[in-house]
Design a binder for this molecule. Structure first.
Ligand code: ADE
Length: 346
């Protein structure tokens, strides 16, 4: 069956909000703040990572030293910032949060570094996007707690070395491969966050529902959990949308049936795919015969940008086995054909 591009069978919803978006705006930020777990006991999932970090914290505390620099990587929305805040709270220190795009000029990073208190955590999100000058200022800061600044220009230029308090840098990235090796090598600990299991997401949803004073059945939380792409940020967002739905429809408890009904309306399907995921898969099937196809070609044909496909959509489609990466490009799998109700290669 040939489908032309502008006959997309998965029409974009009228409302532009992407429910499965992993970015947050300011309102969502404050909502996220109110439901964030504050200790590893409250934090559900990522057991291996919690085990490693608990040992690191205990050892550092016993030695009365700051923790080693830590690099956290993995898809967006899995809890890198939350982990950093929990680490700070367990260590009894402050956590300053910033992101690489906000560190444009050398004075942005120097300002942050000189104001740190001993033991503080500096969290830099999207650390793979640091510019070269900022990154080079971080090398001696991470290694020897020194800031090397250049004063003046040309022949008159002088360098000054300022000592910094001992601190811990927590870097977060969705693209660990994009870090330069000098930066990567300065982290004593490099840890990956994994997608969450549906059952873990169901527990997160139950916890959040309680904080939001919303009644939900176990099956209701499982239905939302299954559709949350392995990502707590998405799970909590879908929960809020389902809560809106039952409120408007005048029900008082989120059941499996109501959760499914609401999420169908929002076009989040039973596997958690939204219209863009389906468009990507559909385009690969109909225009590229299922692949192999390069990311650039998929981006051009779907009107999405390469980076978004690579960092937001593709990781989950790979995880659930709907896409494969091959040396010649991406290919759609038989399960993806089955999910979209299509027959295989034409
Ligand atoms: N909210 C978001 N992520 C969470 C997690 N991992 N555990 C508990 N609540 C959460």
């Amino acid at each position: 069956m040939a489908i032309k591009r502008n006959q997309n069978p998965h029409p974009k919803p009228e409302k532009k909000e992407r429910l499965t978006n992993t970015k947050t705006n300011q309102d969502q930020d404050s909502l996220e703040e109110s439901i964030r777990p504050h200790s590893f006991d409250e934090y559900i999932g990522q057991k291996d990572l919690k085990d490693v970090l608990s040992i690191v914290i205990e050892a550092a505390k016993t030695r009365n030293e700051p923790m080693d620099h830590l690099l956290l990587y993995g898809p967006p929305g899995l809890g890198k910032t939350t982990i950093s805040l929990i680490l700070a709270s367990q260590m009894g220190v402050n956590c300053k949060i910033t992101a690489a795009p906000a560190l444009e000029r050398p004075r942005d990073i120097t300002g942050l570094l000189v104001n740190l208190k001993p033991g503080d955590i500096l969290f830099i999100d999207e650390i793979h996007r640091l510019n070269r000058l900022t990154e080079e200022l971080l090398y001696p800061a991470m290694e020897d707690y020194r800031l090397e600044i250049t004063i003046g220009k040309g022949q008159a230029a002088r360098t000054r070395s300022i000592s910094l308090p001992k601190f811990t840098l927590v870097g977060a990235t969705t693209k660990v491969g994009a870090l330069t090796s000098p930066l990567r090598d300065r982290f004593g600990l490099i840890q990956r966050l994994k997608f969450y299991e549906p059952q873990e997401l169901a527990l997160i949803i139950q916890r959040t529902a309680k904080l939001l004073n919303t009644s939900i059945t176990e099956e209701g939380s499982q239905e939302i959990g299954r559709r949350s792409r392995g990502t707590p940020r998405i799970a909590n967002r879908l929960l809020r949308r389902v809560r809106d739905y039952i409120q408007v429809k005048k029900f008082d408890t989120i059941t499996q049936e109501l959760a499914a009904e609401a999420l169908d309306i929002y076009q989040v399907d039973p596997q958690g795919l939204d219209w863009t995921d389906r468009l990507i898969l559909d385009t690969m099937m109909t225009q590229f015969n299922g692949g192999p196809v390069g990311l650039e070609a998929v981006a051009a044909a779907t009107g999405e940008d390469v980076k978004t496909i690579e960092e937001v959509y593709e990781p989950y489609l790979l995880q659930i086995g709907y896409l494969n990466r091959t040396p010649r490009g991406r290919v759609v799998t038989a399960s993806a054909y089955q999910h979209l109700g299509k027959t295989g290669l034409s």
